[in-house]
Design a protein around this ligand. Structure first.
Ligand SMILES: CC(C)(COP(=O)(O)OP(=O)(O)OC[C@H]1O[C@@H](n2cnc3c(N)ncnc32)[C@H](O)[C@@H]1OP(=O)(O)O)[C@@H](O)C(=O)NCCC(=O)NCCS
Length: 161
């Protein structure tokens, strides 16, 4: 029997900052959504890889929302943390904050989404990942919500939707 240790949410969480440059934006200076989505995907990938220590692939993105525009010269910070872990799948919440470096204003939440990442073994198959050791009420709540999305997906798949 293989026993896999539990890991804490904070063991894999990550924050990545990047300055938005002209080649990432349209002629009006607004950063393309796809640029930020790529950063979010990378962030989710790092979290999932840190948790599982395996190569991971993106299987799904839920509830992607754009709350605030992002402009050239803004500092964008992508924060990723695990919400839920199944057998080989891991759900990572990614929150993107945007900061106008010319102002004293607090960074604003610009985008949020839930990425489902799947750990892959050396033969290209999904593989078991460590369970989560939940330490706070917030983590318990996020886990329940993630589990709902997971079961929702499983039910739809069973029904062939
Ligand atoms: C993700 C992938 C490996 C899953 O393969 P699969 O044959 O469906 O494998 P399984 O049925 O065993 O599912 C494995 C896990 O992934 C989850 N999963 C698979 N597809 C999913 C989806 N669309 N949404 C949410 N979860 C999904 C399953 O629920 C399961 O989770 P669990 O092990 O925690 O219970 C496969 O669909 C794949 O390679 N997809 C393409 C991934 C990719 O290339 N991403 C980059 C896109 S550019």
């Amino acid at each position: 029997m293989i026993i896999i240790e539990k890991k804490r949410v904070k063991d894999s969480e990550v924050s990545i900052g990047s300055l938005m440059l002209p080649d990432q934006a349209n002629l009006l200076g607004n950063v393309h959504g796809g640029e930020v989505m790529k950063m979010m995907d990378n962030t989710a990938g790092i979290v999932a890889r840190r948790h599982s220590r395996h190569v991971v692939v993106t299987a799904r993105v839920d509830e992607l929302e754009f709350h605030e525009p992002i402009h050239i010269g803004n500092l964008v910070t992508c924060c990723g943390r695990l919400t839920f872990v199944g057998k080989s799948s891991m759900e990572v919440k990614v929150v993107v904050k945007v900061e106008d470096l010319t102002k004293e204003d607090e960074p604003k939440v610009a985008l949020t989404a839930y990425f489902t990442m799947v750990a892959i073994d050396d033969f290209g198959n999904p593989t078991i990942v460590p369970k989560l050791n939940l330490e706070t009420d917030y983590e318990e709540e996020a886990f329940k919500e993630g589990e709902e999305r997971y079961l929702n997906y499983k039910n739809k798949r069973k029904k062939g939707k």
